[in-house]
Design a protein around this ligand. Structure first.
Ligand code: BGC
Length: 514
């Protein structure tokens, strides 16, 4: 049984064209959209562990921490719902915004959505930097969330549409690369501002304006994708753009396929209803499960709470922030690995290897914490064991960074046909944001109640998702984006959902007036 199914390297349809500097620059600029997402993920954990911030906005948490007798369980010392709400409110806003972004992206183009995302995020950053009360903080966070909803809905789609098939993985991962750079930059900023006597938190929050500016200005100068231009009836412009990004006059085949895909897309008035039809079942299921699984790897426990986690493991304040910087750096470098191999070895190899590596580390960390804190939560990590925990966490982060991190955004953005692409991407963003919210909100309580078992809990999910990929996620490397139905049709399980005419589509196309 060929569980991977689909069309392997070399069997995919090849269009004429080369990788032009123009397309690379456009993709790099678009990918900066990931910066705002990453900056935000990285900044909250550090800010919420700063005394001045807690004292000003969350005095009860501050008092609880200061009055800690040292006798309570290590697992529970940071549990507080208002504080987690600060971190996670953003993701609820992003979830809702992604649905509005879907309509914008489809009707007005990918570029407009990116610009809106940048501007709204910028306003949020200003409000947060100027915050004098919790209300300003939360409203600012909500605006940041709206910006992220728009950016994450449009950027991955933009990248997947612009890229030539054989480089689609690498260019799309530019988004995740920017995300990890954003997280790392935020970790560094936190490390610096934590040393400030006053207003360190303010500087951390206000600096979010920097990535927002980069993205907004970038988006203003970006061209729109040929797919989106055709979708909006601008065929001539689309053809010119395609010639420009592929570096050849002969774009007939690809252009015809885009026009065909768009013709199908035009007949669809209600993408949300359409995506529920049986012939889109593989895309719908995968687009719901991939972001869910991505969050259930437990990665954001590290990204949001690394300083808190390391404090729990007995590191001093400074060392905790520094450890967050170390994991941030590992995250960036390991993402490069996936850029280099994703179009050569494919998505499945990365998913499967990354899954096994993460599972091994989760078991290791769980056993380590169990052996030191036990169930009571009393105990202290020796320096050596603390470092071992840090090393295991770094290996885990590396695995995520070359597998579920980038692929969680790449795969959903490349599997949908044009008529449901925007809707599909909104589902991806909203499921991702919802579970980011849930984990952000529940982690500290989960740690308090499940104790070391938490690491086994996430490990169990990693096992399940790895098996899921093995059986149900076909290889999409090298397959032109508007030809993806052939992959589903060839799959041992999903094949039955795809009608024959959906696959024959591209072969009827040659008589289009390109
Ligand atoms: C995920 C984020 C995560 C980040 C870590 C992204 O792909 O969506 O939730 O924090 O990777 O690098």
């Amino acid at each position: 049984m060929a569980v991977g199914g689909g069309i392997g390297a070399g069997n995919g349809k090849q269009y004429e064209g080369r990788v032009t500097p123009f397309v690379i620059v456009a993709c790099l600029v678009a990918a900066t959209g990931g910066l705002i997402f990453g900056y935000d993920i990285g900044i909250s954990g550090g800010v919420t562990s700063m005394d001045e911030f807690l004292e000003k906005f969350f005095p009860t948490v501050y008092a609880k921490q200061k009055n800690a007798t040292g006798h309570e369980s290590q697992y529970c010392k940071f549990e507080n719902h208002m504080l987690t709400l600060f971190t996670s409110s953003l993701y609820l806003a992003a979830l809702i915004a992604s649905f509005f972004a879907s309509a914008t992206t489809r009707k007005f183009g990918r570029k407009i959505s990116m610009t809106i995302g940048g501007v709204v995020f910028l306003i949020g950053a200003i409000l947060n930097g100027a915050a004098v009360n919790v209300a300003m903080l939360i409203i600012g966070r909500i605006l940041l969330g709206v910006g992220i909803g728009y950016a994450n809905q449009s950027v991955p789609v933009y990248l997947s549409e612009m890229a030539p098939p054989k480089l689609r993985g690498a260019l799309n991962i530019g988004f995740q690369m920017a995300t990890t750079i954003g997280i790392f930059a935020a970790n560094l900023v936190n490390y610096g501002t934590a040393q400030m006597k006053e207003n360190g938190w303010r500087v951390s929050l206000a600096l979010a304006a920097a990535p927002a500016l980069i993205m907004t200005i970038g988006a203003i100068f970006l061209p729109d994708t040929p797919n989106s231009l055709i979708e909006r009836g601008l065929k001539d412009q689309a053809k010119e753009m395609l010639q420009k990004i592929r570096g050849t006059q002969n774009v007939h085949d690809e252009f015809s396929d885009l026009v065909d895909a768009s013709a199908v897309s035009q007949q669809v008035r209600h993408p949300w209803k359409t995506i529920l039809e049986p012939k889109y079942r593989p895309q719908l299921v995968i687009t719901c499960l991939i972001p869910l699984f991505q969050q259930l790897t437990g990665i954001n426990v590290i990204m949001f709470y690394a300083p808190v986690l390391f404090k729990t493991l007995g590191f001093a304040d400074d060392a905790s922030l520094m450890s967050a910087v170390v994991t941030g750096l590992v995250n960036v470098f390991a993402t490069v690995v996936s850029i280099l191999v994703v179009d050569r070895f494919g998505r499945r190899v990365l998913f499967l290897e990354g899954g096994i590596q993460m599972l091994a580390c989760q078991i290791g960390v769980g056993v380590l914490i169990a052996s030191v804190f036990g169930v009571s939560g009393n105990g202290t990590f020796s320096k050596g064991l603390g470092n071992l925990a840090l090393a295991l966490i770094c290996i885990y982060v590396a695995a995520f960074a070359w597998s579920w991190g980038p692929l969680g955004w790449l795969v959903p953005s490349e599997i949908h046909p044009m008529e449901i692409r925007s809707a599909g991407q909104s589902i991806n963003v909203s499921v991702n944001m919802f579970f980011t919210f849930v984990i952000g909100q529940l982690f500290l309580s989960m740690l308090c109640h499940m104790k070391f078992g938490l690491f086994f809990f996430f490990g169990g999910w990693v096992l399940l998702m790895t098996a899921f990929v093995y059986f149900f996620v076909p290889e999409t490397r090298n397959v032109p984006i508007e030809e993806m139905n052939r992959v589903w049709k060839a799959h041992w399980f999903w094949g039955k959902y795809i009608p024959d005419d959906a696959v024959g589509l591209s072969h009827k196309s040659s008589d289009h007036d390109a």
